[in-house]
Design a protein around this ligand. Structure first.
Ligand SMILES: *Cc1c(COP(=O)(O)O)cnc(C)c1O
Length: 414
């Protein structure tokens, strides 16, 4: 970059000492781009194209239908689920890969509400990820006795009562980056007989999660963010072993049947986690997801979390003077224990700022109405990326580069 300030030695040293630095080469990252949006769409692992090509050319092209057995296509939901289980503190028979996060939310939320009959409240927070609230509103319409109530998280524990069926929360908030105390909230819910459904989309692959250590009930999460499974990758769901026998999926498709290849007329839910499958797994998308999951599954979880902390701490430290000078408000909690691996800044001109950054090769994203969000992926973001991104943000603010009509044009996807 012409005229770019030179990287301080301390930043260079931080990258040289990073125990995960070798992983960056495992990804395709375009030259000259600083990619800080892996929390929205993870980067492409180098191994993925060949893996998907093999699934197409060898498994599909040559193996055709025999590949369901020969290449264990049929076992992909459980096999990949077991690998994800290792990242989230779950048992290998407690996670399957299936459908989208939205559909998995629906399956588990509706199943939990039915199971908790007599309790009529779904409790969530205002400003939760839209699909979580929309799916809850759909469940509300489907089950007439159910109603959704949203309460700010500060008052949430007090709002869990005898009428609460399920508490629906996102572990790390997509916009603010705030991390909730999974163990404490789960314990508070259990004390009043409620279940908790956690959305792990913004935490899985970025920070340590210990579902069973927290006595968690239910969870869902996204495959295309920090798991690098590719655009629209299949999602996953977790059901604690103790609940698997009593919950029933409302989408009773044949892959959730106890014996799908008996082809009988009557539905009989499979024992265990398999009952939360619905239709045939999308094998090509599964191949891409498995490639991403295999990459992260071999990495020390504590090292991933430590790097998430270090990257975001560096960003916070460097960006602080810009907040004061240019009117940014830090939306994300400062303490790492209270946040995930992305940081959001609020600003009246957030949209233009984000566009000016993208034009300069720094890819973050805009979240309506007024936030610029920067995501740090421990597997491939470097300390140099973080430092340079803040330097470029400083230049954009100092020159008012954001105040350009080109940067005010809204596209369909922000
Ligand atoms: C990204 C994300 C989703 C995505 O849901 P899809 O069904 O894949 O579109 C859901 N919940 C949260 C909290 C997310 O961050």
């Amino acid at each position: 970059m012409n005229g770019a300030p030179t990287l301080p030695d301390a930043i260079r040293a931080a990258d040289a000492l990073d125990p995960l630095r070798h992983l960056r080469d495992q990804f395709v990252l375009p030259d000259g781009m600083i990619y800080l949006d892996g929390n929205s769409l993870g980067a492409l692992p180098r191994a993925t194209a060949a893996r998907v090509a093999a699934a197409i050319i060898d498994e599909w092209g040559r193996g055709l239908i025999t590949s369901w057995n020969a290449h264990d296509w049929i076992g992909a939901p459980q096999r990949i689920g077991a690998k994800i289980a290792g990242l989230i503190g779950a048992g290998p028979r407690e996670v399957v890969v299936a459908d989208s996060t939205s559909v998995n939310l629906f399956k588990l939320l509706a199943a939990a509400c039915r199971h908790q009959r007599g309790r009529n409240k779904i409790l969530s927070e205002p400003g939760n990820f839209p699909t979580d609230l929309y799916v809850a509103q759909g469940v509300e319409r489907l089950l007439p006795e159910c109603r959704l109530e949203t309460v700010p998280v500060e008052r949430l524990a007090a709002a869990i009562d005898e009428d609460t069926a399920v508490v629906l929360l996102t572990h790390v908030h997509y916009k603010t980056g705030r991390r909730l105390d999974m163990a404490a909230i789960t314990a508070a819910a259990h004390a009043r007989g409620a279940l908790v459904l956690w959305d792990l989309s913004h935490s899985v692959g970025a920070i340590e999660i210990d579902l069973n250590g927290c006595d968690a009930d239910l969870a869902v999460g996204c495959g295309y963010k920090y798991l690098n499974g590719g655009p629209g990758a299949p999602a996953f769901l977790f059901v604690a072993e103790r609940l698997q026998g009593v919950l029933r999926s409302p989408l009773s498709g044949w892959m959730g049947h106890a014996r799908p290849f008996d082809f009988v007329d009557g539905y009989e839910a499979a024992p265990g986690i398999d009952r939360f499958l619905c239709g045939t797994p999308p094998i090509l998308a599964m191949a891409a997801l498995e490639s991403g999951v295999d990459l992260i599954a071999g990495v020390d979880r504590a090292a991933i979390t430590a790097k998430a902390a270090a990257l975001s701490d560096l960003f916070l430290r460097e960006v602080e003077p810009l907040c004061a000078a240019h009117g940014f408000t830090l939306v994300t909690p400062r303490r790492f224990a209270e946040r995930g691996s992305h940081v959001s800044l609020a600003h009246d001109h957030a949209y233009g700022i984000c566009q000016a950054l993208i034009a300069r090769g720094v890819i973050g994203d805009f979240r309506a109405p007024d936030m610029v969000r920067f995501g740090f992926t421990p597997l491939y973001t470097s300390f140099a990326d973080v430092w340079r991104a803040v330097a470029i943000l400083g230049a954009v603010m100092a020159s008012r580069a954001w105040d350009d009509p080109r940067y005010q044009v809204r596209e369909r996807v922000t």
